[in-house]
Design a protein. Structure first.
Lengths: 395, 395
């Protein structure tokens, strides 16, 4: 919960920066459907409609159903905590009247899932609660505020992400020592997960696709689960996308292995050339990262490097924020495609932690890398040690 | 996934009953924020915006980002699966033009969290996708449809809930054999969870409050976690609220123990009187349950029984649907209070599985019961064996 306190302090400062009088999180039945931002504050649970209000003046006030107040009280982040039995409306309006914020940020966003925790039904309810008050007319999307709050990591958050990266590296090492030709993607996935769990870690995303694996040329690219009938052979590459969680903070890295044929001492030239193009695109992109740059420019630099090297564009973004989730929302290195909405135009800020990831499909398998960086005051630094060449598995 | 197929068949039949041309589930980044209904269909994951469309004609069509299609394809419930790289809009509009539904249900609901999976940001996106088409004007809330789909259990779903109840009973038995005065709520909770996990089961809700415990008179009522400093003493009652999951289907039951004082052979009269009032209110309410009855009437009968017995009203609803979640949304035995919106007026239907739960705060502790019933064609039947008297712990 130290991080919860740090993030609450940060929220107050950011309300000032983003010129919001208050920020309101509105949820119900969080066991069924919660707001992603609540995880930043110790993930308080509520059965009945509950509001968590952060005021620019520094106050943090909760309104919960009677019986839902105890866990929030024990947590200590909100004080006072108002309770109700029949309807949240009266207490909620009372809190707003007391604070009288000029602008109230709420959690909806067309572009950013992590800033879009308010359901449409709850939005309609909120309008009804605020009927006859001036506050319905003061609601705005808090997306830029939430993006900054999630994106700008505190020292405590960054330390946990770094631990997650170190643990992932250790798993890559163990897996590399064990790999051999003939294994199926599913067998490799089982081994990887067992090693993650043995370290007392959780996976950073759904187990079905964690690790994500591409063994050889027949494996379909994308968010597919490891296949029992796809086996890695001598002469193939193996691509692995793995993330783990340390105390709720994630890593997200990709590494690539080449399985030597009998008598081979190094990968064939086309594998080395593809690897160099991928690693080079990531290095080039990293050189453009600094506060104030719009994310799409970094994506475009990698995209251009790769196509100039003679490879097709990658069908996804160059990188995304990492933190509480492997895909942590907010700004990232997104191309200016419709599916990314306004996100490509977001500007980078110091404290952000991002991936840089892309790949090339080769005749012997997918060759992809994913590294992690932190944005500093005047550039970025590597949080992962970039992979320099395909790891080799002896034939 | 057998249940996924059954629910998909059921969905087609219900589209007809609820006069919807199509039903659309719209999600993105399901690892961060999903729609609760997806769990009914094997919980397919998607990173990029994805639509799952059920047509009254029986077709089930998915639109996913390229790379998200593989897991949906492997699952087999949707065919065809359209993929896109830059924007979902064109494929989605194409699907609607092909089906041309007169009314399209989408997942928002003011009253029911389980039918409210669409975020407000995604709702705004949907309006934008459908701009310039006739379909934006055909969107309606699918809440009654979703409520029926979740609420009316298939034989397979009911069998899993029954297994969850049997497992919970077995845990109650083991815990009862072990209980003794002097234990703290936290110690009891640890033991209960260990017994649940040893059976290979998951908890039905967040571990912090599962089991929910009230030991003696000083324990706060509500959704609070078990306390390390609240210990059960001779002369106290212990109330336990426990649910487990079997293959994703839940139980939700409350039981009450009395800790005999030295020399006591049975609980004091006031404990027996309170227990009888609680059990009697539940029995009385169960007699009113049958298809077509609005839920609030059942709640009112229990409420009236309890107050006539000289106890205060319980500050919550008499009962809720149970299935994929312990609080499964939809119709229930809700009082006509604002916080329950329109839910109290929903009418019961055969196939529904519900709790009946209430309690009384006594000077020696909380005395509450929660039983489970299934609605039949002409009444209801007990899925749990109702507790007849406080379980006794020897002094």
């Amino acid at each position: 919960m130290m991080i919860g306190w740090d993030k609450a302090q940060q929220a107050t400062a950011l309300l000032d920066e983003f010129d919001l009088g208050a920020w309101m999180i509105l949820v119900r039945e969080t066991g069924e459907h919660s707001d992603p931002v609540l995880k930043l504050f110790g993930d308080p649970h509520a059965v009945w409609p509950a509001a968590f209000v952060f005021a620019r003046s520094g106050e943090r006030i909760a309104v919960t159903g009677l019986g839902d107040d105890q866990p929030v009280r024990q947590q200590g982040l909100f004080d006072p905590i108002h309770t109700y039995t029949q309807s949240i409306r009266e207490s909620l309006v009372g809190v707003l009247e007391q604070l009288d914020p000029d602008v109230i940020g709420i959690n909806y966003s067309r572009d950013d899932v992590t800033a879009d925790g308010l359901t449409h039904g709850m939005y309609l309810n909120l309008l009804r609660y605020l009927e006859g008050t001036p506050y319905a007319g003061r609601l705005v999307s808090a997306e830029l505020f939430v993006e900054a709050l999630r994106g700008r990591k505190t020292a405590g958050e960054r330390a946990l992400v770094q631990r997650a990266i170190r643990e992932t590296d250790a798993v890559f090492q163990e897996v590399g020592d064990w790999l051999r030709a003939g294994l199926s993607e599913l067998e490799i996935a089982y081994f990887v997960r067992e090693r993650v769990f043995r370290r007392g870690l959780a996976l950073a995303w759904d187990a079905e696709g964690c690790p994500g694996l591409n063994a050889g040329p027949s494996s379909p690219w994308g968010h597919a689960g490891p296949a029992a009938d796809v086996r890695v052979a001598a002469g193939d590459t193996l691509n692995m996308d793995l993330g783990v969680q340390v105390e709720g903070y994630c890593s997200d890295l990709q590494r690539v292995w080449y399985f030597l044929r009998p008598g081979e001492l190094e990968p064939p030239a086309e594998v080395m050339r593809a690897f160099a193009a991928v690693a080079g695109a990531i290095q080039t992109a990293s050189g453009l990262v600094r506060p104030g740059v719009p994310g799409w420019e970094v994506d475009a630099a990698a995209r251009s490097y790769l196509t100039k090297a003679g490879y097709p564009e990658f069908p996804h973004a160059l990188g995304h924020s990492v933190g509480r989730s492997a895909h942590d929302g907010g700004t990232g290195f997104y191309p200016r495609w419709d599916r990314y909405g306004g996100k490509p135009y977001g500007r980078l800020a110091a404290g952000g932690i991002y991936t840089l990831e892309l790949g090339v499909r080769s005749p012997v398998g997918y060759i992809g890398l994913e590294e992690m960086i932190a944005i500093t005051e005047d550039g970025c630094e590597w949080l992962s040690e970039p992979q320099r060449a395909p790891y080799l598995v002896a034939g």
